[in-house]
Design a protein around this ligand. Sequence first.
Ligand SMILES: NC(=O)c1ccc[n+]([C@@H]2O[C@H](COP(=O)([O-])OP(=O)(O)OC[C@H]3O[C@@H](n4cnc5c(N)ncnc54)[C@H](O)[C@@H]3O)[C@@H](O)[C@H]2O)c1
Length: 375
Amino acid sequence: MEKIRVGVVGLGHRGRELAKLSAQFDHVEITAVCDIKEENWTKTQWLSSAPLCEMFPKTTFYKEYDRMLDEAGLDVVIVETGADIHAEFCIKALEKNINVLSDIPNVASLKEAEMLWEAAKKSSAMIATGANPNEQKFTVLLKDFYEKGLLGKPYCMEAEYIHWWVPGDEESIHLNENGDWRKLLIPIRYCTHSLGPLLTILEEELRYVSCFGTGQHSPEDTFRVADDMMCAQFRTESGVVIRLMRNGRCRAKIGNHSYRVFGTEGYMERCDYPEKPVIRYNSTRELDTSLKEISGEYMPPAYANNEKATGHGGMDYAMLDHFYDAILNGKPAPISLKEGIAMTIPGIYAEESAKRGGEVIRMRYPWDEDWTTQI
Ligand SMILES: NC(=O)c1ccc[n+]([C@@H]2O[C@H](COP(=O)([O-])OP(=O)(O)OC[C@H]3O[C@@H](n4cnc5c(N)ncnc54)[C@H](O)[C@@H]3O)[C@@H](O)[C@H]2O)c1
Protein backbone atom coordinates (compact mmCIF):
# COMPACT_ATOMS: atom_id res chain seq x y z
CA MET A 1 0.00 0.00 0.00
CA GLU A 2 1.71 3.20 -1.17
CA LYS A 3 -0.73 5.57 0.50
CA ILE A 4 -3.72 4.77 2.66
CA ARG A 5 -6.80 5.88 0.69
CA VAL A 6 -9.11 7.46 3.25
CA GLY A 7 -12.77 8.49 2.94
CA VAL A 8 -14.50 10.61 5.58
CA VAL A 9 -18.28 10.45 6.03
CA GLY A 10 -19.79 13.41 7.91
CA LEU A 11 -18.11 16.76 7.25
CA GLY A 12 -19.33 18.52 10.37
CA HIS A 13 -16.97 19.95 12.95
CA ARG A 14 -15.23 16.72 13.74
CA GLY A 15 -15.13 15.21 10.25
CA ARG A 16 -13.47 18.37 8.90
CA GLU A 17 -10.85 18.38 11.65
CA LEU A 18 -9.99 14.71 11.30
CA ALA A 19 -9.71 15.07 7.49
CA LYS A 20 -7.29 17.98 7.91
CA LEU A 21 -5.28 16.22 10.61
CA SER A 22 -5.13 12.95 8.63
CA ALA A 23 -3.79 14.82 5.61
CA GLN A 24 -0.68 15.69 7.66
CA PHE A 25 0.44 12.06 7.64
CA ASP A 26 2.77 11.40 4.69
CA HIS A 27 1.29 7.96 4.04
CA VAL A 28 -2.34 9.13 4.03
CA GLU A 29 -4.39 10.51 1.14
CA ILE A 30 -7.87 11.96 1.65
CA THR A 31 -9.33 10.29 -1.43
CA ALA A 32 -13.02 11.00 -0.88
CA VAL A 33 -15.42 12.74 1.47
CA CYS A 34 -19.18 12.51 1.88
CA ASP A 35 -21.95 14.60 3.41
CA ILE A 36 -25.62 15.06 2.65
CA LYS A 37 -25.00 18.82 3.12
CA GLU A 38 -22.98 19.85 0.09
CA GLU A 39 -22.24 23.28 1.58
CA ASN A 40 -19.97 21.59 4.13
CA TRP A 41 -17.74 20.87 1.13
CA THR A 42 -18.22 23.97 -0.96
CA LYS A 43 -18.51 26.77 1.64
CA THR A 44 -16.17 28.06 4.34
CA GLN A 45 -17.31 26.67 7.68
CA TRP A 46 -17.00 27.77 11.29
CA LEU A 47 -13.33 27.91 12.47
CA SER A 48 -12.10 27.20 8.91
CA SER A 49 -10.13 29.60 6.73
CA ALA A 50 -11.34 28.22 3.36
CA PRO A 51 -13.88 25.75 1.97
CA LEU A 52 -12.80 22.11 2.15
CA CYS A 53 -13.02 21.80 -1.64
CA GLU A 54 -10.18 24.34 -1.90
CA MET A 55 -8.11 22.64 0.79
CA PHE A 56 -8.52 19.24 -0.88
CA PRO A 57 -8.57 19.88 -4.67
CA LYS A 58 -7.76 16.24 -5.55
CA THR A 59 -10.45 14.76 -3.29
CA THR A 60 -13.80 13.54 -4.68
CA PHE A 61 -16.95 14.73 -2.91
CA TYR A 62 -19.98 12.42 -2.67
CA LYS A 63 -23.45 13.18 -1.45
CA GLU A 64 -24.30 9.47 -1.26
CA TYR A 65 -22.32 7.22 1.06
CA ASP A 66 -23.04 4.02 -0.91
CA ARG A 67 -21.59 5.59 -4.04
CA MET A 68 -18.45 6.63 -2.19
CA LEU A 69 -17.98 3.06 -0.95
CA ASP A 70 -18.61 1.61 -4.43
CA GLU A 71 -16.52 4.02 -6.47
CA ALA A 72 -13.68 5.54 -4.44
CA GLY A 73 -11.48 2.44 -3.91
CA LEU A 74 -11.00 3.19 -0.21
CA ASP A 75 -8.74 1.44 2.31
CA VAL A 76 -10.31 3.28 5.26
CA VAL A 77 -13.54 5.06 6.16
CA ILE A 78 -13.65 7.50 9.07
CA VAL A 79 -17.22 7.72 10.40
CA GLU A 80 -18.03 11.21 11.71
CA THR A 81 -21.79 11.42 11.32
CA GLY A 82 -23.91 12.50 14.32
CA ALA A 83 -23.44 10.51 17.53
CA ASP A 84 -26.70 8.59 17.05
CA ILE A 85 -25.97 7.25 13.54
CA HIS A 86 -22.57 5.58 13.39
CA ALA A 87 -23.28 1.85 13.19
CA GLU A 88 -25.01 1.69 9.79
CA PHE A 89 -22.05 3.47 8.14
CA CYS A 90 -19.54 1.18 9.86
CA ILE A 91 -21.47 -1.97 8.89
CA LYS A 92 -21.70 -0.97 5.22
CA ALA A 93 -17.94 -0.39 5.06
CA LEU A 94 -17.16 -3.66 6.85
CA GLU A 95 -19.41 -5.53 4.41
CA LYS A 96 -17.16 -4.24 1.63
CA ASN A 97 -14.04 -5.16 3.63
CA ILE A 98 -13.06 -1.51 4.08
CA ASN A 99 -11.31 -0.67 7.36
CA VAL A 100 -13.18 1.65 9.72
CA LEU A 101 -12.38 4.25 12.36
CA SER A 102 -15.67 4.98 14.12
CA ASP A 103 -16.23 7.91 16.43
CA ILE A 104 -17.95 7.26 19.74
CA PRO A 105 -20.52 6.26 20.95
CA ASN A 106 -20.23 3.59 18.26
CA VAL A 107 -23.77 2.19 18.61
CA ALA A 108 -27.13 3.73 19.49
CA SER A 109 -29.04 0.58 20.53
CA LEU A 110 -28.44 -3.01 21.63
CA LYS A 111 -29.67 -4.20 18.23
CA GLU A 112 -27.01 -2.05 16.55
CA ALA A 113 -24.38 -3.46 18.93
CA GLU A 114 -25.33 -6.97 17.83
CA MET A 115 -25.35 -6.09 14.13
CA LEU A 116 -22.01 -4.29 14.28
CA TRP A 117 -20.41 -7.08 16.32
CA GLU A 118 -21.58 -9.68 13.77
CA ALA A 119 -20.52 -7.54 10.77
CA ALA A 120 -17.02 -7.14 12.26
CA LYS A 121 -16.70 -10.91 12.79
CA LYS A 122 -17.58 -11.60 9.13
CA SER A 123 -15.40 -8.86 7.62
CA SER A 124 -11.74 -9.20 6.68
CA ALA A 125 -11.34 -5.50 7.46
CA MET A 126 -10.48 -4.00 10.83
CA ILE A 127 -12.75 -1.68 12.82
CA ALA A 128 -11.19 0.61 15.42
CA THR A 129 -12.91 2.80 17.99
CA GLY A 130 -12.07 6.50 17.72
CA ALA A 131 -12.01 7.11 21.48
CA ASN A 132 -9.58 10.00 21.73
CA PRO A 133 -9.85 10.36 25.57
CA ASN A 134 -8.22 6.91 25.78
CA GLU A 135 -5.10 8.56 24.30
CA GLN A 136 -4.89 11.46 26.77
CA LYS A 137 -2.04 11.89 29.26
CA PHE A 138 -4.22 10.84 32.22
CA THR A 139 -5.13 7.51 30.58
CA VAL A 140 -1.53 6.80 29.60
CA LEU A 141 -0.30 7.51 33.15
CA LEU A 142 -3.16 5.59 34.76
CA LYS A 143 -2.44 2.45 32.72
CA ASP A 144 1.27 2.71 33.52
CA PHE A 145 0.56 3.25 37.23
CA TYR A 146 -1.72 0.20 37.25
CA GLU A 147 0.64 -2.04 35.26
CA LYS A 148 3.53 -1.21 37.61
CA GLY A 149 1.39 -2.27 40.58
CA LEU A 150 1.47 1.22 42.10
CA LEU A 151 -2.32 1.59 42.12
CA GLY A 152 -3.05 -1.93 43.35
CA LYS A 153 -6.56 -3.09 42.46
CA PRO A 154 -9.04 -0.36 41.55
CA TYR A 155 -12.14 -0.67 43.74
CA CYS A 156 -13.97 2.58 43.17
CA MET A 157 -13.76 5.18 40.42
CA GLU A 158 -15.54 8.37 39.54
CA ALA A 159 -15.86 10.37 36.33
CA GLU A 160 -17.72 13.38 35.09
CA TYR A 161 -18.14 14.97 31.72
CA ILE A 162 -19.65 18.42 32.16
CA HIS A 163 -19.98 20.53 29.04
CA TRP A 164 -21.09 24.10 29.70
CA TRP A 165 -23.92 25.34 27.55
CA VAL A 166 -25.34 28.83 27.06
CA PRO A 167 -28.22 29.09 24.59
CA GLY A 168 -27.63 31.80 22.00
CA ASP A 169 -23.89 31.65 22.56
CA GLU A 170 -21.90 31.46 19.29
CA GLU A 171 -20.30 28.11 20.07
CA SER A 172 -23.65 26.51 20.97
CA ILE A 173 -25.22 27.78 17.73
CA HIS A 174 -22.40 26.47 15.56
CA LEU A 175 -22.16 23.12 17.32
CA ASN A 176 -25.80 22.51 16.43
CA GLU A 177 -25.88 23.83 12.88
CA ASN A 178 -25.44 20.47 11.14
CA GLY A 179 -28.16 18.51 12.89
CA ASP A 180 -30.20 18.09 16.06
CA TRP A 181 -28.39 15.16 17.61
CA ARG A 182 -26.79 17.26 20.40
CA LYS A 183 -30.19 18.63 21.43
CA LEU A 184 -31.76 15.17 21.42
CA LEU A 185 -29.00 13.06 22.93
CA ILE A 186 -29.77 11.72 26.42
CA PRO A 187 -26.77 12.92 28.49
CA ILE A 188 -25.86 9.57 30.02
CA ARG A 189 -25.64 8.04 26.53
CA TYR A 190 -22.51 10.13 25.95
CA CYS A 191 -20.59 8.18 28.59
CA THR A 192 -17.71 7.00 26.43
CA HIS A 193 -15.29 9.84 27.19
CA SER A 194 -15.70 9.08 30.90
CA LEU A 195 -15.86 5.28 30.99
CA GLY A 196 -13.29 4.65 28.23
CA PRO A 197 -10.19 5.72 30.20
CA LEU A 198 -11.36 3.98 33.41
CA LEU A 199 -12.14 0.69 31.65
CA THR A 200 -8.53 0.45 30.45
CA ILE A 201 -7.55 -0.71 33.97
CA LEU A 202 -10.60 -2.87 34.69
CA GLU A 203 -10.21 -6.53 33.87
CA GLU A 204 -13.94 -7.23 33.90
CA GLU A 205 -17.04 -5.65 32.37
CA LEU A 206 -19.46 -3.33 34.11
CA ARG A 207 -22.42 -5.61 34.99
CA TYR A 208 -25.02 -3.60 36.90
CA VAL A 209 -26.32 -0.07 36.60
CA SER A 210 -28.67 2.23 38.44
CA CYS A 211 -29.24 5.72 37.08
CA PHE A 212 -31.27 8.81 38.00
CA GLY A 213 -32.02 11.84 35.88
CA THR A 214 -33.02 15.24 37.21
CA GLY A 215 -35.53 16.01 34.49
CA GLN A 216 -35.60 19.63 33.36
CA HIS A 217 -35.76 22.27 36.08
CA SER A 218 -36.31 25.31 33.92
CA PRO A 219 -39.60 25.81 32.08
CA GLU A 220 -38.10 28.09 29.44
CA ASP A 221 -35.56 25.49 28.34
CA THR A 222 -37.16 24.39 25.09
CA PHE A 223 -33.87 23.93 23.24
CA ARG A 224 -32.90 20.56 24.70
CA VAL A 225 -35.24 17.68 25.36
CA ALA A 226 -33.26 15.80 28.01
CA ASP A 227 -32.38 15.94 31.71
CA ASP A 228 -30.33 18.77 33.21
CA MET A 229 -28.07 16.17 34.81
CA MET A 230 -27.88 12.38 34.96
CA CYS A 231 -26.05 10.34 37.59
CA ALA A 232 -25.28 6.66 37.08
CA GLN A 233 -23.59 4.09 39.26
CA PHE A 234 -22.12 0.99 37.65
CA ARG A 235 -20.80 -2.14 39.35
CA THR A 236 -18.76 -5.10 38.19
CA GLU A 237 -19.35 -8.69 39.27
CA SER A 238 -16.42 -8.48 41.75
CA GLY A 239 -17.74 -5.24 43.29
CA VAL A 240 -15.83 -2.41 41.63
CA VAL A 241 -18.07 0.69 41.53
CA ILE A 242 -17.94 3.54 39.01
CA ARG A 243 -19.93 6.71 39.61
CA LEU A 244 -20.60 8.91 36.59
CA MET A 245 -22.16 12.36 36.26
CA ARG A 246 -23.16 13.75 32.82
CA ASN A 247 -24.88 17.04 32.23
CA GLY A 248 -27.40 18.44 29.82
CA ARG A 249 -27.55 21.89 31.40
CA CYS A 250 -24.60 23.74 32.93
CA ARG A 251 -24.16 27.49 32.98
CA ALA A 252 -20.55 27.58 34.21
CA LYS A 253 -17.34 26.90 32.34
CA ILE A 254 -16.00 24.45 34.89
CA GLY A 255 -14.06 22.06 32.73
CA ASN A 256 -15.02 18.89 30.94
CA HIS A 257 -13.36 15.66 31.97
CA SER A 258 -12.54 14.77 35.56
CA TYR A 259 -11.70 11.35 36.99
CA ARG A 260 -10.82 9.86 40.40
CA VAL A 261 -9.44 6.36 40.81
CA PHE A 262 -9.18 4.65 44.19
CA GLY A 263 -6.92 1.59 44.29
CA THR A 264 -5.93 -0.75 47.09
CA GLU A 265 -2.38 0.66 47.03
CA GLY A 266 -2.72 4.10 45.51
CA TYR A 267 -4.80 6.87 44.03
CA MET A 268 -4.88 8.94 40.83
CA GLU A 269 -7.15 11.78 39.76
CA ARG A 270 -7.50 14.32 36.99
CA CYS A 271 -9.30 17.54 37.94
CA ASP A 272 -10.24 19.59 34.93
CA TYR A 273 -9.96 23.22 36.00
CA PRO A 274 -10.34 24.90 32.58
CA GLU A 275 -7.07 26.82 32.49
CA LYS A 276 -5.12 24.52 34.76
CA PRO A 277 -6.04 20.83 34.70
CA VAL A 278 -4.06 18.80 37.21
CA ILE A 279 -3.23 15.16 37.77
CA ARG A 280 -2.51 14.06 41.34
CA TYR A 281 -1.45 10.64 42.55
CA ASN A 282 0.25 8.68 45.27
CA SER A 283 1.13 5.09 46.04
CA THR A 284 1.93 3.28 49.24
CA ARG A 285 4.29 1.14 47.13
CA GLU A 286 6.67 4.06 46.70
CA LEU A 287 9.18 5.39 49.24
CA ASP A 288 7.60 8.82 49.08
CA THR A 289 3.90 8.22 49.72
CA SER A 290 2.86 11.87 49.64
CA LEU A 291 0.37 13.13 47.06
CA LYS A 292 2.16 14.47 43.98
CA GLU A 293 0.73 16.98 41.52
CA ILE A 294 1.60 17.40 37.84
CA SER A 295 -0.04 19.29 35.00
CA GLY A 296 -3.03 17.52 33.49
CA GLU A 297 -3.07 18.66 29.87
CA TYR A 298 -4.46 16.19 27.31
CA MET A 299 -1.21 15.83 25.33
CA PRO A 300 -0.02 12.21 25.49
CA PRO A 301 3.57 12.23 26.84
CA ALA A 302 5.01 10.42 23.79
CA TYR A 303 3.80 13.24 21.51
CA ALA A 304 4.79 16.20 23.68
CA ASN A 305 7.64 17.23 21.35
CA ASN A 306 5.80 16.51 18.10
CA GLU A 307 4.71 19.85 16.66
CA LYS A 308 2.18 18.13 14.40
CA ALA A 309 0.34 16.72 17.42
CA THR A 310 -2.82 18.83 17.62
CA GLY A 311 -6.55 18.24 17.92
CA HIS A 312 -7.99 18.21 21.46
CA GLY A 313 -4.55 18.98 22.83
CA GLY A 314 -2.80 16.32 20.75
CA MET A 315 -4.91 13.29 21.59
CA ASP A 316 -6.62 13.32 18.16
CA TYR A 317 -3.23 13.17 16.46
CA ALA A 318 -2.10 10.29 18.71
CA MET A 319 -5.31 8.40 17.94
CA LEU A 320 -4.85 8.78 14.16
CA ASP A 321 -1.15 7.94 14.38
CA HIS A 322 -1.89 4.67 16.19
CA PHE A 323 -4.72 3.85 13.79
CA TYR A 324 -2.75 4.45 10.58
CA ASP A 325 0.22 2.56 12.01
CA ALA A 326 -2.08 -0.42 12.62
CA ILE A 327 -3.44 -0.23 9.06
CA LEU A 328 0.02 0.02 7.48
CA ASN A 329 1.56 -2.74 9.57
CA GLY A 330 -1.37 -5.16 9.87
CA LYS A 331 -1.67 -4.68 13.63
CA PRO A 332 -4.91 -5.11 15.61
CA ALA A 333 -7.12 -2.07 16.22
CA PRO A 334 -5.45 0.22 18.79
CA ILE A 335 -8.83 0.61 20.51
CA SER A 336 -10.95 -2.38 19.56
CA LEU A 337 -14.65 -2.65 18.77
CA LYS A 338 -15.02 -4.69 21.98
CA GLU A 339 -13.57 -1.81 23.99
CA GLY A 340 -15.81 0.62 22.11
CA ILE A 341 -18.98 -1.36 22.84
CA ALA A 342 -17.93 -1.87 26.49
CA MET A 343 -17.71 1.91 26.96
CA THR A 344 -20.88 2.65 24.93
CA ILE A 345 -23.69 0.30 25.89
CA PRO A 346 -23.58 0.98 29.66
CA GLY A 347 -25.09 4.33 28.64
CA ILE A 348 -27.95 2.58 26.84
CA TYR A 349 -28.73 0.49 29.93
CA ALA A 350 -28.33 3.55 32.18
CA GLU A 351 -30.92 5.48 30.18
CA GLU A 352 -33.34 2.57 30.62
CA SER A 353 -32.63 2.42 34.36
CA ALA A 354 -33.42 6.13 34.68
CA LYS A 355 -36.70 5.59 32.81
CA ARG A 356 -37.54 2.86 35.35
CA GLY A 357 -36.87 5.17 38.31
CA GLY A 358 -33.34 3.97 39.03
CA GLU A 359 -34.03 0.22 38.84
CA VAL A 360 -30.84 -1.86 38.98
CA ILE A 361 -30.38 -3.49 35.59
CA ARG A 362 -27.98 -6.30 34.70
CA MET A 363 -25.96 -5.48 31.60
CA ARG A 364 -24.97 -7.90 28.86
CA TYR A 365 -22.58 -7.59 25.95
CA PRO A 366 -22.71 -9.13 22.45
CA TRP A 367 -19.87 -11.52 23.37
CA ASP A 368 -21.78 -12.90 26.40
CA GLU A 369 -23.40 -16.34 26.17
CA ASP A 370 -26.67 -14.96 27.56
CA TRP A 371 -26.64 -11.89 25.26
CA THR A 372 -30.01 -10.52 24.27
CA THR A 373 -31.12 -7.25 22.71
CA GLN A 374 -33.98 -7.06 25.25
CA ILE A 375 -33.51 -5.11 28.48
N1 LIG B 1 -14.17 12.50 20.29
C1 LIG B 1 -14.33 13.82 20.31
O1 LIG B 1 -13.53 14.57 20.88
C2 LIG B 1 -15.50 14.38 19.62
C3 LIG B 1 -15.73 15.76 19.60
C4 LIG B 1 -16.84 16.23 18.90
C5 LIG B 1 -17.66 15.33 18.27
N2 LIG B 1 -17.41 14.00 18.33
C6 LIG B 1 -18.23 13.01 17.64
O2 LIG B 1 -18.04 13.21 16.25
C7 LIG B 1 -19.24 12.96 15.55
C8 LIG B 1 -19.55 14.15 14.68
O3 LIG B 1 -19.70 15.30 15.48
P1 LIG B 1 -19.84 16.74 14.83
O4 LIG B 1 -19.73 17.72 15.90
O5 LIG B 1 -18.93 16.82 13.67
O6 LIG B 1 -21.36 16.66 14.32
P2 LIG B 1 -22.05 17.51 13.17
O7 LIG B 1 -23.51 17.39 13.38
O8 LIG B 1 -21.41 18.85 13.07
O9 LIG B 1 -21.64 16.69 11.84
C9 LIG B 1 -22.24 15.51 11.41
C10 LIG B 1 -22.30 15.54 9.90
O10 LIG B 1 -22.81 14.28 9.42
C11 LIG B 1 -23.56 14.59 8.26
N3 LIG B 1 -24.46 13.47 7.91
C12 LIG B 1 -25.60 13.10 8.55
N4 LIG B 1 -26.18 12.06 7.88
C13 LIG B 1 -25.38 11.78 6.83
C14 LIG B 1 -25.44 10.82 5.78
N5 LIG B 1 -26.46 9.96 5.68
N6 LIG B 1 -24.45 10.79 4.85
C15 LIG B 1 -23.43 11.67 4.93
N7 LIG B 1 -23.31 12.61 5.90
C16 LIG B 1 -24.28 12.67 6.85
C17 LIG B 1 -24.33 15.85 8.63
O11 LIG B 1 -24.83 16.52 7.49
C18 LIG B 1 -23.25 16.63 9.36
O12 LIG B 1 -22.56 17.52 8.51
C19 LIG B 1 -20.28 12.68 16.63
O13 LIG B 1 -20.42 11.32 16.74
C20 LIG B 1 -19.70 13.22 17.89
O14 LIG B 1 -20.09 12.47 18.99
C21 LIG B 1 -16.34 13.52 18.99
